[in-house]
Design a binder for this molecule. Sequence first.
Ligand SMILES: O=C(O)C(=O)Cc1ccccc1
Length: 291
Amino acid sequence: MNTSIALLPAGSVSDEAAKKLFGNEKVTWNHHRLIADVFLSTVNNVSQYSIIPIENTIEGSVSLHMDWLVHEVDLPIQAEWVYPSIQNLIGRRSELTGADGELDLSKIKKVFSHPVAIAQCLQFLRAEMPQAEKETVGSTSEGVRIVRDNPENGWAAIGTATAAANQQLDVLASEITDHNNNFTRFLLVGNEPFTARESATRKTSILITLPDDFPGALHRVLSAFAWRKINLSKIESRPTKRQLGTYYFYIDIDMALDTVLLPSALEEIEALGCQVRILGSYPSFTYEQLS
Ligand SMILES: O=C(O)C(=O)Cc1ccccc1
C-alpha cells in the first residue's frame, strides 16, 4: 500500500521538502490549503503522516504550528529534516512593466504569501515596494494561485519557482529573502515509525511544565541534563494558554529516548514535580544527508 501524506498545496515549500525526504518512495500526497487540515488528515486516519514546517532560520518557531502540535493533536514526531527556503517574487511581468518596457515594482499593489515567507522578505519588500499591501494566506502556493486567478490587479506573490512554473507566472525577482542560508525545519508526524531512511542522528522532543511556586525549578531541570552531559539543541517557553504568565518548556534533546542516561534524567525531572510529555523520539536528517 502507498504511504499517504498530508501536506500544504503542490508547489509549497513543504511540497518540495516532502519530495526530498521521500525520494523515490511510492507516496500518495493529500494536499490541504490550511495547516489545521494537514494535521487533521492524520488525526482522522485519512493520511498516515502529516508534514509540518515548524521552525525557520529567520522567523524562528512557527507559533501556529507549534500550538497545533502541542494543544490540538496528539501525533508523535517520527522524523525531522531541514530544507532551504528560497523565496521568489512572482506575478505577471506583462502587467507590471513601465512605459520603457522595464519591470516596475512600484506597480505592485498587493503581495500575498504565507506569514513566514513574508517575514523572511520584509526588508526586500520595504526597499523595493513600500507601497504594496501584504496579505497572508495559508501557504506560499496559495498566494501564487490567487495571483494567477486574479489578473490585472497589480497583485504579486512570494513563493517557490516550482509554484511560478506550475501556475504559468513569471519569477519577477529571485531569491529575495533578507538573509541567505535560510532553512526550514520540517516535522513528519503520525502514529507509525518512519523507516524509509536511516540516520545516525536521533533526537527526542519533550514538553515540561514546571510545578508552581518552586524557585529554581528550571535550573534544577537543566542541571538534570547538564550533569549527565546530555546536549539540548533547543529550549523555548510557550504559554500554557491556561493563565497569563504560565508557560511550558519545549525542549529538543540530541539523543534517542532509549539512550542509557535519558530515562533517568526524565525521572529526576518528574520527581521534582514537573510534568513531562514526550512529543517523539525520531531520526533527524540534514539537507546534505538527503541530497
Ligand atoms: O507556504 C509554504 O510554502 C509552506 O510550506 C510553509 C512555509 C512557508 C515559508 C517557509 C517555509 C515553509
